[in-house]
Ligand binder design. Structure first.
Ligand code: ATP
Ligand code: MG
Length: 553
């Protein structure tokens, strides 16, 4: 059993109290993304919260696409969102589109007009803004505010019929131009947009504004707890006003929590889209992106993301979570699951001069010493192997226990070897080591004759598979929200070294590795087989995370 909502979660408390008070027979929540981009780790927080709270109390959760703005929405995004929610491990009870409710929303707007609670506005966006007032001063009423119900009904129908251009008219709720809450100063609830909608095509040329549409969507679906992020707090009175005056049968309630922010991460879809559109990354699923699809391609598992979301908890206080915490959860998840293997990222050839030419022996190597049930594998050993370039130094400092002339080291799962000679090319680079091995020191035979301090990973050369390794650094160098950063473009903070590509070698048995398989490479950390760039000829590995971190939970 995974541990559920172990951290504090004030919404769970509210739901518990509501059920105790008999307010609801069943809890209904929803996850309401706008299909204008791919989901990111912040959305995961909201998904886990909405689905698990309903789950815990035997309720229901809908996936609802909040597709009221045809200008930015696309079916590509609808499909990716469905895939990501499923991949995270959640099954929605109902799948809905706000656009399915356009008829009903229109009727509810007509009802408001009939009740004298909405009017058609002739003023432009700028003029409306100019009359809206400020936090200190009340707004001023527009001349359109005194239109008769009949005229409003007629004009709204003409808006619907396409008699006006974009921006020529809007529909406003008639609430209170002097309200201390600016959201209640006659907010716009419908606007004209002569644009094809991904779902309703050209059926509509007027579209409801989010603030009007959302409470109606929630009420239609019988949502009991409409959970959203804090920036909607000031809209709550408007939410309640609309539910009440549109005479919705159900009365959903809105609750706000603090959105997830991560260090070294931009999270807004607008910014993520910019990175994609300007080709600064390899698509929405680039492993450096904080999108669910990017994290998946990097090698994160659904379990690790869910556990992370549970651990960060749900609160109203603003906070930024250290990205290393996310890394902590993938290490924890893969520790027992991922097979161990050896890969050489920056190869240096080693010839073992006293090993018989043409001979290959197959050595036993456990797959995961922390999980013996995973069994063992066979790895070849012969006269030629590769080690890491950084594991040899011609002239080492003290406490360097790897290869240098005259020094002996242990090869993981194999023998002790001793460096006898090294060969340089014309440029002075070391290109080959000449070593000898001691047959007595074979791994697993219990040799205790002498000790060595260094243990190196290696790959046998004649059977090795070529592989590409992709190492990542944070895509964003400064934290979003740092002082001054917002003034600059966030693009100024894109890390030019966020991707490093290396060509090396992996064990022969990797021939069977499939896209999305995950491994722990000795000393290098956890890697995932990249599903996009891996070919029949060459495996491509994305580094998920290094082995160690100073991060403590
Ligand atoms: P963004 O600001 O990244 O574009 P959004 O809020 O516009 O996100 P929506 O598609 O409207 O994106 O979001 C769907 C749901 O996910 C909303 O309920 C929203 O509150 C929630 N959500 C979005 N970003 C975060 C976040 N960083 N942390 C927690 N919840 C989030
Ligand atoms: Mg939004």
């Amino acid at each position: 059993m995974e541990n559920k909502t172990s951290s504090s979660n004030f919404i769970k408390h509210i739901v518990t109290e509501d059920l105790k008070a008999g307010k609801h027979d069943e809890i209904v929540t929803r996850f309401p993304p706008e299909p204008n981009g791919y989901l990111h780790i912040g959305h995961a927080k909201s998904i886990v919260l909405n689905f698990e709270i309903a789950d815990e109390f035997n309720g229901r959760t809908n996936l609802r696409f909040d597709d009221t703005n045809p200008l930015k929405e696309d079916v590509e995004f609808v499909e990716s969102i469905k895939e990501d929610v499923k991949w995270l491990g959640f099954d929605w009870d109902g799948l809905f589109f706000a656009s399915n409710y356009f008829d009903e929303m229109y009727q509810r707007a007509v009802l408001l007009i009939k009740k004298g609670m909405a009017y058609v506005e002739d003023l432009s966006q700028e003029e409306i803004r100019a009359l809206r007032g400020t936090l200190k001063e009340p707004g001023k009423e527009s001349p359109s505010r005194s239109r008769s119900v009949e005229e409003n009904l007629d004009l709204f129908e003409k808006m619907k019929n396409g008699d006006f251009q974009n921006g020529e008219k809007v529909l406003r709720a008639k609430i209170d131009m002097a309200s201390p809450n600016i959201n209640l100063r006659d907010p716009v609830i419908y606007r004209i947009a002569h644009t094809t909608h991904h779902n309703t095509g050209d059926e509509w040329c007027i579209y409801p504004m989010y603030a009007f549409a959302h409470p109606i969507e929630d009420a239609i679906e019988g949502v009991t707890h409409s959970i959203c992020t804090l920036e909607f707090e000031d809209q709550r009175p408007l939410y309640d006003w609309i539910v009440e005056h549109c005479e919705m049968e159900a009365t959903p309630r809105q609750y706000e929590f603090a959105r997830l922010n991560l260090t070294n991460t931009v999270m807004s879809k607008r910014k993520l889209k910019q990175l994609v559109d300007e080709n600064l990354v390899d698509g929405w699923d680039d492993p450096r992106m904080p999108t669910i699809s990017g994290l998946r391609r990097k090698g994160y598992t659904p379990e690790s993301i869910r556990n992370f979301c549970r651990e960060i908890g749900v609160a109203r206080a603003f906070s930024t979570v250290d990205s290393q915490m996310l890394e902590h959860f993938i290490r924890e998840d893969l520790k027992l699951k991922a097979p161990r293997t050896m890969g050489v990222l920056r190869p240096l050839k080693v010839v073992i001069t006293n090993y018989p030419e043409g001979e290959v022996e197959w050595l036993d190597a456990e797959i995961n010493p922390e999980n013996p049930e995973m069994g063992s594998r066979k790895i070849p050993f012969s006269r030629e192997i590769y080690v890491e370039q950084e594991d040899f130094m011609e002239d080492p400092p003290k406490k360097y226990f790897r290869l240098f002339p005259g020094n002996e080291v242990r090869l993981k799962h194999a023998y002790f070897i001793k460096c006898e000679e090294f060969i340089k090319d014309e440029d002075g680079n070391v290109v080959e080591l000449r070593c000898t091995y001691d047959p007595e020191t074979k791994s697993g035979t219990g040799f205790t004759g002498r000790k060595v301090k260094g243990t190196l990973h290696w790959v046998e050369a004649t059977n090795a598979k070529q592989a590409e390794f992709r190492l990542y650094e944070p895509l964003i160098l400064e934290e979003e929200g740092d002082e001054g950063v917002e003034e600059k473009s966030f693009l100024d903070n894109v890390n030019p070294n966020s991707l490093q590509i290396l060509k090396g070698y992996v064990e022969e048995n990797m021939a069977h590795a499939k896209p999305q398989d995950k491994f722990q490479f000795f000393r290098h950390g956890y890697f995932n087989v990249d599903p996009k760039h891996t070919t029949r000829e060459q495996l491509v590995f994305n580094q998920i995370v290094s082995l160690k971190s100073s991060f403590k939970l």
